[in-house]
Design a protein. Structure first.
Length: 291
């Protein structure tokens, strides 16, 4: 299938990052969100991020100007109907994603491929609520999408090989690497990464180390570019908790039980960088631990 126009559902951090990389790869992009202000903020952020790439000589000014012209926005989900491929990147809640696909379905052409950027939710289950499970696949970008080189392609039980191959070619055109994954909770990256973050939260919860010592230990002792608590704040603690709940429910193993402290932070609305507080407080000149 020749993919030319790609719809992106959701203008948050992942959605606008995906739109960014698609436009730089010469795809026409139509990005939608229920919030017009979110779309405006997304376009501002895309331009700022491309400007950063321009200053670092990763792209040229012509690249940037052409890419920005390829991105259009709409608050009407139905407008995505003519797209060849659609990437859903809404909040990590299954009920929300299923409702989006249900509302979108009547407007689609027969050959449109549906994908979800979900971090952990069953692709088979999401696909079963559509009229095209054979043309449905997980298309999981890492965060931030313009920087991270990996995309997990997750086959549902009904996903056809032609769907996988079309999406693999899109990933290749983006200059990224596809990692095929089977449809198990968390797939590959989050099946490994999130329990590590959760264990770091338990280490804090049990008083084994404080925020700075835990992050410093993993940066210097394991050569990780970011400490696990710093990384959790970057991802969003609500997203971390949602993925841990999917792992715990889907694999029925107590080793995936979310740490009570992670739950408490989410209940407090301390979700990390996006809210100004998480394991660090970002409201001052420099981040400082909140515990």
């Amino acid at each position: 299938m020749d993919v030319r126009t790609i719809g992106v559902i959701g203008a948050g951090q992942m959605g606008h990052g995906i739109a960014h990389v698609l436009a730089l790869a010469d795809y026409d992009v139509l990005m939608t969100d229920i919030s017009p202000s979110a779309l405006e903020q997304a376009m501002t952020q895309i331009e700022a991020n491309m400007g950063r790439q321009l200053r670092r000589e990763i792209i040229t000014r012509d690249d940037m100007e052409a890419a920005l012209k390829r991105i259009r926005t709409t608050h009407k989900l139905a407008d995505l109907g003519p797209c060849d491929l659609i990437i859903e990147s809404a909040t990590e809640r299954e009920s929300v994603k299923r409702a989006i696909f249900e509302d979108l379905q009547p407007h689609l052409g027969p050959d449109t491929i549906l994908t979800s950027n979900t971090s952990s939710i069953s692709i088979t289950r999401l696909a079963s609520g559509t009229d095209r499970p054979e043309r449905f696949i997980g298309f999981h970008f890492m965060n931030p999408a313009p920087v991270m080189r990996l995309v997990e392609l997750v086959r549902g039980i009904a996903t056809e090989e032609s769907t996988f191959e079309t999406c693999r070619q899109v990933v290749e055109r983006l200059g990224k690497t596809a990692a095929p994954a089977e449809d198990f909770p968390g797939f590959i990256v989050n099946r490994i990464l999130m329990p590590m973050i959760n264990e770091a939260v338990y280490t804090l919860y049990e008083g084994v180390g404080d925020v700075l010592s835990i992050d410093k230990s993993m940066r210097l002792g394991a050569n990780h570019p970011m400490g696990p608590l710093e990384l959790a704040d970057f991802i969003g603690l609500d997203t971390c908790l949602a993925i841990m709940n999917v792992l715990h429910d889907g694999l029925a193993d107590t080793k995936y039980r979310p740490c009570p402290l992670l739950t408490k932070y989410v209940e407090a609305g301390w979700l990390g960088r996006k809210t100004g507080r998480g394991f660090y407080d970002y409201r001052g000149d420099a981040p400082v631990p909140t515990r």
